[in-house]
Design a protein around this ligand. Structure first.
Ligand code: F6R
Length: 606
């Protein structure tokens, strides 16, 4: 999704801005641009496509200026082309923007009536002209305060001014924005990845705040334009995670990193000496929680759905789950004894954040399961359970999914044990089994060759289905999501028992159907559903776990066997072949695996 970088320095900034924009590429975008200030002019360059196209189309080495802003755009208002790319400029103001201005149509009409000319189809351009207009009658701080009050919707902004060549203004409402501090220069960035190669000293703006960034000084203001003090945070350095190493794609690297994701999670949360789960500083009394609501989007929502089965199996809590974009607009019955858990890799997803904000405003108990611990969702939740899987750069979530489900499994075990819902012996056995998981994942990752050859068949078809029951149903949904987002093949995930109620009509000769049938309580039922699709011509890829018992059908097209383990842990292993299937299908089709079309890593608009 859109990304912002701004640099105010004592030396030329265009090369550093390009570098930082490349760091933001993982977010997914369709055009890019830069504006610098030099010799009393705004120098604006922008291009459709990747940052590479910007470099090809313009002589950026000769783009002068010690101050500048850059942007990668993920189109919301107006097609992705060079005119709609950011920055947008008037004769004296240039703006980059993440978010959506909801009242742009009304503002535009008003500004046109005042003689302003618009070049693009974007909502962003109204901000440029509003500031230009407000600067006619007010000093900088007042003009910014006034402009921000006129805007409805969400934004993170970077703004430079022809007549004030020593400063950048940053402002935030709804979309994240950070300030970074360096030697003889300071920065603005829409996330810490953009800034990490330059500094580890960061201040996050809160909603409604703005800042003025100069090379040797940064000032912060609240929504009334009053100066405020903000803390400087130090970020951990994990530079190796930003490198693909020997892998062709970040996604391939992140899939292979999963044993480590689980090892780190276990190290953080399992107390080996006492054979216990350690969740330090849990802020609530266990008897004050009688129900749980889990909320997320996309893959994170699938984590919530899977964990519902664990929470119901291991605790006597009432459990509900919700898609964040639905939750935020429903008439919710908020209950004091409910724990609201927000699951997000980035911690910046606009819908998930809005759902959290709603719960906070209703004074609910809020807990974040996030990967980026400096994120808005982490900062604004009462309690945080970090995933600790390191930066996930590939747009399709892989290791973060395994990290999320690990934390949710650990939490369900701990709450089950504290409430007396599971026996001590069973609790300790499950902890013991959990410690074997990294090795089991390592072995499952070795299924590579089988999946590579199977993936060719998927590329020749119009559509596919993924079926599972119980714990395997959310994994079927996740497998279908991975395949569609990476290889653009239509894929539907269904509870296997639901096929007769409609979807069976889609089955035709040769259609690939992935059936997840581990040898758990649902095995026999799922195998019956599998026979029904085989009888109608489907080519079934059965994914199950190793067992001495033979598989029951002769007409299965292909079988993949993951390692055997206790039923609770099978979803971790079943996920791996599905991630690889999606990866190899996209690879064979030659698609941009780390940046699939139309998608973004961090969805900061609703
Ligand atoms: C799919 C994927 C998305 C994200 C979703 C939520 O592979 O990555 O569906 O899971 O956009 O993102 P986070 O977890 O950052 O809130």
């Amino acid at each position: 999704m859109c990304g912002i970088i701004g640099i105010s320095s004592n030396k030329s900034v265009s090369a550093s801005i390009i570098n930082s924009l490349k760091k933001l590429e993982y977010r997914g975008y369709d055009s890019a641009g830069i504006a610098t200030l030099s010799d009393g002019e705004i120098n604006e360059v922008k291009s459709e496509g990747r940052v590479d196209s910007l470099e090809k189309n313009f002589d950026l080495k000769n783009l002068k200026g010690n101050i500048g802003i850059g942007h990668v755009r993920w189109a919301t208002h107006g097609v992705p082309n060079s005119v709609n790319a950011h920055p947008h400029s008037s004769y004296n103001v240039s703006v980059v923007h993440n978010g959506i201005i909801e009242n742009s149509t009304i503002l535009k009409k008003h500004l046109i009536s005042k003689g302003h000319n618009f070049k693009s189809q974007t909502d962003t351009e109204v901000i440029v002209h509003l500031i230009t207009e407000n600067l006619k009658t007010s000093e900088l701080e007042d003009a910014i305060t006034k402009t921000l009050k006129q805007l409805h919707g969400s934004f993170a902004l970077g703004i430079v001014f022809k007549d004030m060549p020593d400063l950048i203004v940053g402002a935030r409402r709804g979309s994240p924005l950070a300030v970074g501090y360096g030697p003889n220069e300071n920065y603005l960035g829409s996330d810490s990845y953009a800034l990490k190669s330059m500094t580890n000293k960061i201040t996050y703006l809160d909603d409604g705040e703005f800042c003025i960034v100069k090379k040797d000084q940064v000032n912060f203001f609240n929504d009334e334009g009053k100066k405020i003090n903000k803390k400087i945070l130090e970020l951990s350095s994990d530079q190796a995670n930003y490198d693909k190493g020997d892998f062709k794609h970040f996604m391939a690297k992140e899939i292979e990193e999963q044993p480590n994701t689980i090892k780190t999670g276990i190290k953080e949360y399992i107390d080996n000496v006492n054979k216990d789960i350690n969740i330090p500083n849990f802020p609530w009394k266990i008897e004050d929680i009688t129900s749980i609501t889990l909320i997320g989007c996309g893959t994170a929502y699938h984590s919530c759905l899977l964990s519902k089965y664990w929470f119901e199996e291991l605790t006597s809590l009432d459990v509900s789950i919700d898609i964040a974009s639905e939750f935020r607009y429903r008439k919710n019955r908020f209950k004091k004894d409910t724990l609201y858990i927000f699951v997000s890799q980035s911690g910046e997803t606009a819908d998930t954040y809005a759902a959290l904000d709603l719960c906070n405003k209703n004074r609910m108990k809020t807990c974040a399961v996030v990967n980026v611990i400096e994120s808005s969702i982490a900062r604004d939740s009462n309690f945080v359970l970090p995933i600790h899987c390191g930066p996930e750069i590939g747009v399709a979530s892989t290791k973060a999914f395994l990290g999320q489900i690990l934390i949710l499994y650990i939490l369900s075990l701990k709450l089950g044990s504290l409430r007396g819902d599971i026996k001590k012996i069973s609790y300790q056995e499950k902890i013991k089994d959990l410690k074997t998981l990294p090795k089991l994942i390592e072995k499952t990752l070795l299924l590579d060759n089988d999946i590579q050859s199977i993936s060719s068949t998927f590329n020749e078809v119009k559509g596919s289905m993924f079926l599972g029951r119980g714990f395997s149903y959310p994994i079927a949904l996740e497998g279908a999501l991975k395949l569609k987002e990476l290889s653009y093949i239509h894929a539907e995930g269904y509870p296997a028992g639901e096929m007769k109620h409609g979807p069976l009509a889609l089955i035709e000769e040769g259609m690939p159907v992935v059936v997840l049938a581990p040898r758990d309580n649902y095995y026999k039922k799922t195998i019956s559903n599998m026979q029904e699709v085989i009888a109608r011509g489907a080519k079934v890829l059965l994914i199950t776990n190793k067992s001495k018992n033979e598989v029951v059908s002769e007409n299965i097209w292909e079988t993949i066997e993951v390692q055997d383990t206790n039923d609770d842990l099978l979803p971790f292993l079943l996920t791996i072949p599905l991630q690889k299937l999606a990866y190899y299908s996209a690879l064979k089709k030659g698609y941009d695996i780390d940046k699939p079309r139309n998608l973004a890593k961090s969805v900061t608009v609703e």
